[in-house]
Design a protein. Structure first.
Length: 83
């Protein structure tokens, strides 16, 4: 296990646990913030794993995930505002 993989594991624990707690409790806006944070943490983890495994082609996956996360957040925000 190299340093990058340990960093990815730590990022999952430190970043994803608060995101999941926030996404599962509170009001709708708080849940949306937790969902946005979870998408950001997932993107960062995929980027770190790409460097850790030495596969630069996996950075494309992180790029697509970042674009989908942004688009999904905008769609969900628009849905929340309409209510």
């Amino acid at each position: 296990m190299n340093t990058w993989l340990a960093c990815a594991a730590a990022l999952l624990v430190v970043g994803m646990v608060p995101a999941l707690v926030t996404a599962s409790r509170g009001e709708t806006v708080d849940r949306l913030a937790g969902l946005c944070l979870a998408g950001t943490v997932t993107t960062l983890v995929v980027m770190v794993l790409a460097v850790g495994y030495g596969r630069p082609s996996y950075l494309g996956v992180a790029l697509v995930l970042a674009a989908l996360n942004t688009t999904g957040t905008l769609v969900f925000t628009r849905t929340v505002v309409r209510r």
